[in-house]
Design a protein around this ligand. Structure first.
Ligand code: PGA
Length: 247
């Protein structure tokens, strides 16, 4: 099955108006085959939507698992949708580790995102300790299954999953293409046990120190359909080079 490659830039708490302008200019000239999404911080989402070409998706980096209401500091899924987002990152390891997001909360966010018409980009990944204890597959498939159990497999017909080993995020230590492929194949197998068609069509991204010079080999793996890019999404040149590597 031919899956369209997808490259998403996760700016985290980085990037200001000047980066938005630089990226919009660079992406205006991008006519490659990959789907491209940028996820700047909340205050820049509306500006990103108006600055970016229509073909470029815009996504949030987090969303509330609750409906609108008295939840100071939270942002709801319908708000993201109304501001022109098509995607939202859910369950990034920084949210799990620093903000205590549980599998249950992540499943709740996933459900809210979908109900508002957003495509969730669900992140899963193991820590270095878990890898060294040989529990990588158990951990990442467990994180995935927890959401499948919470929202139902049918919801994954419109979703993206990103495998992001925690030890590779922002560290410069990328998983080798072979290491990443092994985990991607297990994730796809887990999905297939729930629904073979969804497993075949779902875009599975790799994230963790993807750079312009290692992207092509990672993306060449049969179960890797693109990337979730942190640091290298903060300059237009490297981000565009990664998009090109995904084509
Ligand atoms: P990195 O981050 O590319 O800077 O390692 C990836 C991510 O956390 O999504």
């Amino acid at each position: 099955m031919n899956r369209t490659p997808l490259v998403a830039g996760n700016w985290k708490m980085n990037g200001r108006k000047d980066l938005l302008a630089e990226m919009a200019d660079a992406l205006a000239g991008y006519a490659g085959a990959a789907e491209v999404v940028i996820c700047p911080p909340f205050p820049y989402l509306a500006a990103a939507r108006s600055a970016m070409p229509e073909t470029i998706g815009v996504g949030g980096q987090n969303v509330s698992e609750r409906e609108d209401g008295a939840f100071t500091g939270e942002v709801s899924a319908p708000m993201l949708a109304e501001m022109g987002c098509g995607y939202v990152i859910i369950g990034h390891s920084e949210r799990r580790a620093l903000y205590g997001e549980t599998d249950a909360a992540i499943a709740g966010k996933f459900a809210r995102a979908q109900a508002a018409g957003l495509t969730p980009i669900l992140c899963v990944g193991e820590t270095l300790q878990e890898r060294e204890a040989d529990s990588t597959v158990e951990v990442v498939c467990g994180q995935l299954q927890a959401v499948i159990d919470g929202v139902g497999i049918a919801a994954f017909a419109r979703a993206v999953v990103a495998y992001e080993p925690v030890w590779a995020i922002g560290t410069g230590k990328t998983a080798s293409p072979e290491q990443a492929q092994v985990v991607h194949a297990c994730l796809r197998q887990s999905l297939a046990e729930n629904d073979p068609d969804i497993a075949q069509s779902l875009q599975l991204l790799y994230g963790g120190s993807v750079k312009a010079d290692n992207a092509a080999l990672l993306f060449a793996q049969s179960d890797i359909d693109g990337g979730l890019i942190g640091g290298a999404s903060l300059t237009a040149d490297s981000f565009i080079a990664i998009c090109q590597a995904a084509e």
